[in-house]
Design a protein around this ligand. Structure first.
Ligand SMILES: Cc1cc2nc3c(=O)[nH]c(=O)nc-3n(C[C@H](O)[C@H](O)[C@H](O)COP(=O)(O)O)c2cc1C
Ligand code: SF4
Length: 241
């Protein structure tokens, strides 16, 4: 039976990738046409590429490279379960791939990617917009990892946006005030009664303009999407999740 290796790419403490990989692992085992092996890059624990020769020559000098080569060689296909960091592949993935060459070649590979939820929310009526760079920005949205969440017409968009704002509050590293205080204040205002559009938009602008990184800059997107596209939900009382 061919062997499928499922890679957990994230090595981050508290990573979500393990849960996603578990789901992929279950699906692959149900399929029952592969021998499935989960490879956790955190456990593999490769150093940064430290081989002097190009891997195509296979003149590996370190035991960790020889062990990595033997492990990858025994696979016939790969699934990489990977997040996106700053619009790129995580360094753990690039490093693990760069260590080897022939071990990867002529084998099918699939990427299962997941990402943050700050790209904004669009109504179903705009479902035909091309999901690409440059096509969504004028609607106040953007693509990150190209992951899409489908919400139903039974979902309350205020509750969705509040849930996401609380997530960003939790994820904020706290280094800069507009993001640290802004996410907390926005979540409080959103949970506390009718939404004050002027105040929340002002707060969103401050977070966008003055946060250091993409997390704080994009955190208001779901909130401002509700003002733009889901005005009916604004009139209704907030449903609790
Ligand atoms: C350094 C860093 C950069 C990130 N950059 C992006 C990004 O570019 N696109 C995105 O959709 N999510 C991004 N996120 C959010 C991640 O998708 C989210 O934290 C995810 O849970 C990361 O996977 P992990 O928990 O398995 O490490 C980033 C997270 C971190 C820690
Ligand atoms: S914007 Fe980025 S750097 Fe600033 S607090 Fe938020 S997560 Fe930290």
């Amino acid at each position: 039976m061919p062997r499928l290796q499922i890679f957990i790419v994230s090595t981050r403490p508290g990573r979500k990738g393990e849960a996603v990989a578990r789901w992929v692992d279950e699906r692959a085992r149900e399929h029952a046409k592969f021998e499935v092996e989960v490879v956790d890059l955190k456990e593999v624990n490769l150093p940064l590429l430290d081989e002097p020769e190009h891997p195509r020559l296979r003149k590996y000098q370190h035991d960790h490279t020889k062990a990595w080569s033997a492990r990858v060689s025994r696979a016939d296909a790969f699934v990489f379960v990977t997040p996106e960091y700053n619009y790129c592949s995580p360094p753990s993935l690039v490093n693990a791939i760069d260590f080897l060459f022939h071990e990867w070649t002529y084998k099918p590979a699939v990427f299962v990617s997941y990402g943050g939820a700050s790209g904004g929310i669009l109504p179903a009526s705009m479902g035909d917009l091309p999901l690409d760079f440059g096509t969504l920005e004028k609607y106040g949205c953007f693509v990150g990892s190209h992951a899409v969440v489908i919400l139903s017409d039974k979902d309350d968009m205020k509750a969705v946006a509040l849930n996401l704002m609380k997530f960003f509050e939790d994820e904020s590293c706290g280094q800069c005030t507009p993001c640290r205080v802004g996410t907390e204040k926005a979540a409080k205002l959103m949970a506390g009664g009718p939404w004050d559009e002027r105040l929340l938009n002002e707060l969103s602008d401050a977070m966008r303009d003055a946060s250091i990184c993409g997390l704080g800059q994009a955190a208001p997107n779901p909130l401002t999407s509700v003002f733009k596209y889901f005005r009916d939900d604004l009139e209704r009382p907030l449903k609790v999740w």
